[in-house]
Design a protein around this ligand. Structure first.
Ligand SMILES: *Cc1c(COP(=O)(O)O)cnc(C)c1O
Length: 389
């Protein structure tokens, strides 16, 4: 099998790998995920390629994603929270796991108990970790995050200088990585990238030598100068676009489909759904399918009369979304689809290789990250691993 192309899966699998009770399905192609990691690992050259699996691996399921990445050779993972770190640890006993949140006051034992490394984000956190390490009589490992322009997390220059003036502080624990984060890596032409890269070089030179990491997905594609010792891609692993412009070199990982609950014939001028924002221009057949904004299908994807909205698929037939997205349902125009393919229970692909996360979010005025991380728990997850191609 080469991809999670739904034509096969959706028509054959309910009752097999998809329960008959599932009204919507998210299929995650772990083979494509692994191929994406391998590609990023190749692009990053001599730098190590980690995997960012925060927010339940961008909504796709932390455990199966982390396992698949490990099988492909990934040894280092980044999550946001301690809870996510614990979950990652349960399935990855041998991995290096960093907590991007840094150190929550008083929570020190939560890190050591699960062999999690905090990404220390301020001098205060560094002092706490140093004190805790001293109290344990061990040089406990941690990363240090320095701010090169985001003004969100990380030590500002003044704190880097204070730290440099107190070298004894860093003797208390093991600095295994120095990290910073790019603000504009999705825009390859943005001058901020080079500015941050230079600032990173300048600031980290003030500290004792340690492995360094600057690049997220976008940064990984900015060239060797951004790779340092380790790259930290997230969105690109999951098939999302790393750069706003240019081709997306990643394979599609996610396919989402929902079942037809009901089909009806409507005459010219009839309105569809809440607000009656869509009026039918020709005698039409409208299918109501089982996915809505409660499942993460953004309400901003609603389509009014005369608007060009997102287009799903039944087999190879395009089915435009019409009317408002409601909590539990969306409506699609199936007038041009052979009736035997629009029976109650048939699957409609609403996200996948042909209607990508980025296609959808461009229309909704948001980014793939948001759509993926909002996919709700009502959507049944299936994982396929047909191997890499
Ligand atoms: C989320 C995150 C990443 C991954 O970013 P992508 O744009 O998804 O590749 C890398 N580093 C840090 C610090 C992050 O918070």
């Amino acid at each position: 099998m080469t991809s999670a192309y739904p034509g096969r899966m959706w028509t054959l699998s309910p009752g097999k790998n998809i329960p008959l009770s599932a009204r919507s399905v998210l299929s995650v192609d772990l083979g494509a995920l692994r191929a994406n990691w391998a590609k990023l690992n190749q692009v990053s050259g001599r730098a190590e390629c980690a995997g960012v699996v925060k927010a339940d691996a961008y909504g796709l399921g932390l455990e199966p994603i982390a396992r698949a990445l490990t099988n492909e050779g990934c040894k280092t993972f980044f999550v946001a929270t301690i809870d996510e770190g614990r979950r990652a640890r349960m399935v990855q006993p041998g991995a290096t796991i960093y907590i991007l949140d840094g150190l929550l006051p008083g929570a020190e034992t939560n890190y050591t108990g699960f062999d999690l490394k905090p990404v220390l984000s301020s001098l205060a956190e560094i002092r706490d970790w140093a004190a805790y390490s001293r109290s344990r009589g061990r040089r406990l490992p941690a990363a240090i995050h320095i701010d090169t322009g985001m003004n969100r997390m990380g030590l500002p220059e003044s704190e880097v200088e204070q730290l440099a003036a107190e070298p004894g502080l860093l003797d208390n624990f093991e600095v295994c990585l120095i990290v910073s984060h790019l603000a504009c890596a999705d825009e390859p032409g943005n001058a901020m990238n080079e500015m941050q890269r230079q600032r990173f070089e300048y600031l980290r030179a003030k500290l004792p030598p340690a492995p360094a990491s600057l690049a997220n997905s976008g940064g990984t594609f900015l060239g060797n100068g951004y790779h340092f010792d380790l790259v930290r891609p997230g969105i690109a692993l999951y098939g999302g676009r790393a750069h706003e412009t240019g081709p997306n070199l990643m394979k599609s990982v996610v396919t989402c489909a929902a079942r037809i609950m009901q089909v009806r014939d409507v005459g010219v001028g009839a309105s569809i759904g809440y607000g009656a924002t869509y009026r039918v221009q020709r005698p039409s057949r409208i299918a109501t399918i089982g996915v809505g904004y409660a499942d993460g299908f953004l309400r901003a994807l609603s389509v009014g009369t005369g608007e060009a909205g997102p287009v799903g698929f039944i087999g190879d037939y395009p089915v435009p979304i019409v009317g408002r997205v409601s909590m539990d349902f969306i409506t699609v125009d199936v007038t041009d689809v052979p009736p035997e393919m629009t029976r109650r229970g048939a699957w409609v692909e609403v996200m996948g290789p042909r209607i990508t996360v980025d296609d959808l979010t461009d229309k909704a005025g948001t980014i793939g990250y948001e759509l993926l991380t909002r996919l709700g728990q009502r959507v049944h997850r299936v994982y396929e691993d047909g191997g890499r191609t």
